[in-house]
Every structure is written in C-alpha cells, then in structure tokens.
Design a protein around this ligand. Structure first.
Ligand code: NDP
Length: 403
C-alpha cells in the first residue's frame, strides 16, 4: 500500500510508469510528474487504455527544490523514483530530505556545465539520509543497476575472489533512423565523447575516447565491434569489491553511428560551451538534442535485441573460475508490453524492481545512500525473471570476450 511519485516522462519514465501500474498491488497510487505535463498526460492515457489503471499527473520543474517540496507535500508519496536527468539528482534528493521521502534514481549526478559524472556529490548525502531514517538507492537502471546486481550475485554465489570484470553492453537493434540515441541524447553524447577510463591494478587508466575496441561475440547476436568507455558503475564496483584487479566497460557502436558522431563533433555540435546565435546564448549539444528523435519515439518498428552482461574471472576454492551472466531483451517485445524500446525498458524495469524492494523487502529498506551492489542481489535476481528481464548464466564456459 504505497504511493509513488515518478519524476521524468521520457523514454525511461514511460516504462517505469507502465511497470508500476502493472504492479498496482505494491504501487497503490502513482503520480507521474515532469517539466512538460502533456507528456505525462499522454503516458497516463496510454496506461489507462492498455492496463486499465489510472495514474495522476503533474507539472514540476525538478531544478527547483521549493516546487518539488510543494508537490511531494501535496501528493504525500512514500518514495520518489527519479528518472528525469542526472542534473536534477541533487535537487530531488534535497526535496526528499526536506519532506521525509525515500529516493531512487538511475544515473549519477552530473553538473550541467561540466561533462563530468562521479558519485562524490551523492555519496556526500550519506549521513543526512541516515540521520533522517531515509534510503537513497543510486543508479538502479540496467547499467548502472543490474550490472551491479549481477556482480554482487557472482561475488556472493560463485567466487571467493573476483579478479577481472568486463561489463559488455550490446544494442543490436535497428530503429531505422539515420542517427538517434537510445536515451537522452545530451547525456548519451556527453558520456561517449569523454576520454575512456578503466580500472587496473589499483588505479584508473585514461585512454582517448573510443580508442580501445574489438569484436565481442554476444549471445544470440554474434560478433559486434565494442568500445571501452568509462561508465559510472565502475567507480562503486571497484570500491565495493576491492579484489577486482581490472574492471572495464564495453559498448557496441555501429560504424554509421560513429561517423555521424565524428562529424557532429568536428563541426562543434557536441560542445556544451554556449555560443551566441542571433543575440541568444545557445548550447550546441542542447540544440542538437532538439533536432534528434526523442528516445521514446524510437520504439515503434524497432527490431533486434540488446544483450548486457558481466563476465568475471576469479578464484573459487583455490581454482580459477569464470562466470558470465546476461540478459537479452527484444525491442519489439518491450514495445508490445509498454510502448517503449529495449534501452528504456531495460532501465525502467530495474528502477521499478528497486522501488518494489524498497517498499516490500524489510532487508532492502535501510537508512543511508547505497549503490545497488551493496544490497542483497538475490531478491532482485528473482524479480528480474518475473518482471520481463530474465537472465542467463554460464559457468566456466567460453567467454564472449577472451582476454
Ligand atoms: P529523456 O530525455 O527521454 O527524458 C527525460 C525526462 O526528464 C523528460 O520527460 C524531461 O522533460 C524531464 N526533465 C528534464 N529536466 C527536467 C526538469 N528540470 N524538471 C522536470 N522534468 C525534467 O531521457 P531518458 O528517459 O532516456 O533517461 C532518463 C534518465 O535515465 C536519465 O537520467 C538517463 O541518464 C537515465 N538512464 C539510465 C540508464 C541505466 O541503465 N542506468 C540507461 C538509460 C538512461 P521534457 O520532456 O520537458 O524535456
């Protein structure tokens, strides 16, 4: 019997709202709020039509703590699921503290004017959340999110010591557009145009963006060129599992995508430094976002599937062991169920599951700020199988990416 407030009505917000509505015995009252209320209303109408559940909608500017506080006070939720943009993480956490409400998000804080993301800003809330008796779960999408659940599960059940972790993320889908990003274009492009970084022997190794790549053989998909990127969950994983000697994150990109991105970069369209245009300050990347397809518009006719997993090498009972755990998700199946493509689906389902565990699992719900791998992975793994993201595992088999 819990009221939940979802903030953000983009690709991921759509999935979270549908999935909460499909689990209305846990999420007994749902409000979807965002900057553009018409998007919330469209999603609410879709949910009513598809699942027969009514949800409330509201307009909120989540950059403004007083607006958030007023909305939270008037609706009175038990928790907020933040699926707006990473820029709003801290204002929403502040509003949760002020109103005594639990918090969950899917991406770590990033200041708008510096393309830099790290957990320090949100980890700094630890004592305040503890003192208030509130819980904040950070990064509970797929990656970050399920990749940490997978790693925690491997650590708990398969290894005495994990040594090498490779997170491998493939989108082998086709949305039929010349160029589009599968989640918020601004955040996506900021992430992949940064230098790459991975963890090795106790330190971060920085590499030029997209400079390390190789073909990786993904299950039911085949070989796809994959690139080493810095990804936020690496930061908390190497802290929480200090036996890891090397941790890397690989993501696939098609050649057409890379060529478009290079051209956009070369002409200055991916810059976040404002320029003057007809007397106005314009941020080229924000303008680019405005002309690209919205992630939530890609779902219809999207074919193919995603495959995201963790492959781990380490030691069990004094012997070398390898473990690979992954999920494949079909774009078309996701669209049929919740009118979204698989990238939004694989993010929104874990956000709903994390919220469900906070509200229903006494072991999960505890005061403080947590990354997902710090919580018991077992009930999360069970719920993935139930709510649309079944996983597979392979012990001591041939790994998709050999070292
Ligand atoms: P979208 O751009 O599709 O949606 C973002 C939503 O947030 C929009 O509805 C937008 O409103 C709203 N919003 C933006 N600013 C504000 C504000 N100031 N106040 C209120 N609402 C605001 O993004 P996605 O749905 O693709 O991504 C959502 C989040 O999920 C992002 O943080 C992204 O990084 C994260 N993500 C995490 C993944 C994971 O696996 N962990 C994978 C993919 C995404 P408007 O419509 O008015 O612009």
């Amino acid at each position: 019997m819990s009221k939940v407030l979802i903030i953000g009505a983009g690709g991921v917000g759509t999935v979270v709202a549908h999935k909460c509505a499909l689990n209305s015995s846990v999420f007994t009252e749902i409000m979807l709020a965002s900057r553009t209320v018409s998007k919330c209303d469209r999603i609410a109408a879709e949910i009513k039509e598809m699942h027969g559940v009514s949800i409330q909608t509201a307009k909120v500017d989540a950059d403004e703590v007083p607006e958030l506080v007023a909305l939270i006070r008037s609706f009175g939720p038990k928790m907020v699921i933040n699926v707006a943009l990473p820029y709003q993480d801290l204002t929403i956490m502040d509003a949760c503290l002020e109103t005594g409400v639990h918090y969950l998000d899917t991406a770590n804080y990033e200041p708008k004017d510096v393309a830099k993301f790290e957990y320090s800003w949100q980890w700094a809330y630890q004592e305040r959340f503890k003192a208030a008796g509130l819980m904040a779960v950070l990064g509970c999408g797929f990656d970050p999110g399920v990749t940490q659940v997978f790693t925690a599960y491997a650590n708990k059940h398969h290894f005495d010591e994990m040594h090498y972790l490779d997170i491998i993320d493939c989108n082998a889908g086709d949305h039929g557009k010349a160029f589009a990003t599968n989640f918020n274009p601004e955040i996506n492009i900021r992430e992949i145009t940064q230098p790459g970084r991975y963890w090795e022997n106790g330190e971060w190794v920085e590499i030029p963006a997209m400079s390390i790549h190789k073909a990786i053989d993904y299950p039911n998909i085949g070989e796809k060129e994959s690139y080493v990127l810095y990804h936020e969950e690496l930061e908390s994983l190497v802290k929480n599992f200090p036996t890891i000697k090397r941790a890397r994150f690989w993501m696939t990109f098609g050649q057409a995508y890379i060529t478009h991105l290079q051209v956009l970069e070369n002409v200055g369209m991916t810059s976040i430094a404002p320029i003057k245009f007809q007397g106005m300050d314009i941020v080229p990347l924000e303008f680019l976002k405005a002309v690209l397809p919205a992630p939530e518009s890609l779902g219809e006719n999207y074919t193919g599937q995603t495959s995201i997993g963790c492959q781990i090498k380490g030691i069990k009972d004094g012997k070398d062991k390898t473990y690979y755990v992954w999920n494949n998700c079909h774009h078309a199946e996701a669209y049929k169920e919740v009118k979204s493509q698989a990238v939004s689906y694989t993010t929104g389902v874990p956000a709903m599951i994390g919220a469900m565990l906070m509200l229903t699992n006494a072991e999960w719900m505890k005061p403080g700020v947590y990354n997902v791998e710090e919580l018991n992975p077992d009930p999360f793994m069970d719920l993935l199988n139930i709510h649309g993201l079944p996983w597979n595992e392979q012990i001591d088999g041939v790994l998709p990416h050999e070292y």
